[in-house]
Design a protein around this ligand. Sequence first.
Ligand code: KIV
Length: 273
Amino acid sequence: MTDQRIGVEEIRARKGGVPLVCLTAYTTPTARLLDPHCDLLLVGDSMAMVLYGLETTRGVTLDTMVAHGQAVMRGSRRACVIVDMPFGTYEESPDQGVESARRIVDESGCQGVKLEGGVDLAETVAAIVAAGIPVFGHIGLLPQKVERRGGFRIQGKDDEGARSVLADAEAIAAAGVFAMVVEGTVEPVAREVTERVAVPTVGIGASPACDGQILVTDDMLGLFNDFTPKFVKRYAELGEATTEAVRAYAEDVRARRFPTDEHVYHIDGGTRS
Ligand code: KIV
């Protein structure tokens, strides 16, 4: 395993090859744990819901994304790190997109940015790419736009929906994305997108045929005890493990079983041990 960071060109070259392993990371300690195993770490705006307890992904600012991007860069040395462009920082005009993207890469040191959108955002994608900033696309179910599209609905179910997802994929591929997330899309459409575009597709609730997969790390670690969407596979039950550990700690403190002699400092001949 090399210490050299994976660049976006290496990600692009993985089209049709060994599937890309991608996960979200928001903090330094998590990035340290994920980095040796992942090709790409996404500092996703899902942090609005996962870390900050907000109802949608819309509540995070550029400053917040930059701060978490810096944290993930500090905790990683191998994976390609991509930071999400938060809602309201790129939709107005290509110039606004370039300015926000430049702030994110300059201030966090990450390899590129991700933004949600297809045909409607292709001009902005092209402008950011022309400014020398790599763009990870995101099509299908777009969490930043769920209110406009009627909630967290699976995309591409009818002919019109399928045509729209395919048109979005082709538009951002032509605009120069190095790869694209395909989220919450019926399997045959995600498969067709993967066949049609020359850049890797990274699926989440999409298709095993995609060129890679991404999940929200907290979901696959089972850190939530409530709802688990169909597309998530839980690889651990850290929510239950945390509850059990905290319950044991609380019992020990109340019963004066913690701390014990081994956890306190003694004065031995003037030195503390
Ligand atoms: O914000 C995020 O975590 C994402 C992934 C779910 C793809 O966009």
